[in-house]
Design a protein around this ligand. Structure first.
Ligand code: NI
Length: 226
């Protein structure tokens, strides 16, 4: 499932992001790529331990934490340290690839990359190109969102960032291991949850919504891997 999540960062968060980026120590993005991805990856990123990266990722994680749609769609179990990247000048694209299935945190803990999430940090008017293109069984989807908006898509997808031919594209990127490994099952649970919410808003709590809420949780209990 490919889903956009508006306003993960508010204007105040974005001001803090730009302030943090004034002295950002950008490095070559290839340092963290796997062998196949390294051949097609050409962007800049921030080291995990720099001040700018720490500030931006805590704003992004707090923003995602405030989003009930993110929680319902992703059912997060573990998050891999968010990356901040920049596409501009000669480092302006990331060709087609599928991300590595497992990432290792500094603690040694492994994170399976079930869901990918990109949070756009600057406005589409600031740059040309730089579309995130995600391929799935329904074809190619091109995504370029306003600053502060996010997109999530399955970690299993072939994807790329097309060359930025003017300006710079700034984004924060992260992977999540979900309680539910299958994208198809996550989709069913998300639709179930969203429609239940709508039913409750329209009719208030009824014996049926109570029962369906139980059914949602019983399905999640069947499928969740904790
Ligand atoms: Ni990727």
């Amino acid at each position: 499932m490919l889903l956009t999540l508006p306003d993960i960062l508010n204007p105040d968060d974005l001001r803090k992001v730009y302030h943090a980026l004034i002295q950002a120590p950008w490095t070559d993005g290839r340092e963290s790529a796997g062998t196949q991805a390294r051949a097609v990856k050409n962007n800049l990123q921030l080291p995990h331990d720099c001040k700018a990266a720490q500030t931006i990722r805590s704003l992004v994680l707090a923003g995602l934490d405030r989003s009930p749609r993110f929680f319902s769609a992703v059912l997060p179990r573990k998050v891999f340290t968010p990356r901040i990247n920049r596409y501009a000048g000669d480092s302006n694209a990331y060709g087609n690839h599928i991300d590595n299935a497992v990432r290792v945190l500094p603690s040694g803990e492994r994170v399976r990359t079930d869901v990918s999430c990109t949070v756009f940090l600057n406005d589409p008017a600031d740059y040309d190109g730089g579309e995130l293109v995600v391929s799935d069984t329904f074809g190619e989807h091109s995504v370029k969102l306003p600053a502060g908006h996010a997109v999530i898509y399955p970690g299993t997808s072939l994807h790329q960032v097309t060359p930025v031919t003017r300006g710079e594209r700034l984004a924060c990127f992260l992977w999540v291991q979900s309680l539910v490994r299958s994208d198809e099952q996550r989709r069913l649970l998300f639709d179930f949850d969203m429609n239940l919410l709508a039913l409750r808003q329209r009719h208030g709590e009824t014996p049926e919504t109570t029962m369906l809420t139980g059914t949602y949780h019983n399905l999640l209990r069947q499928w969740a891997d904790t």
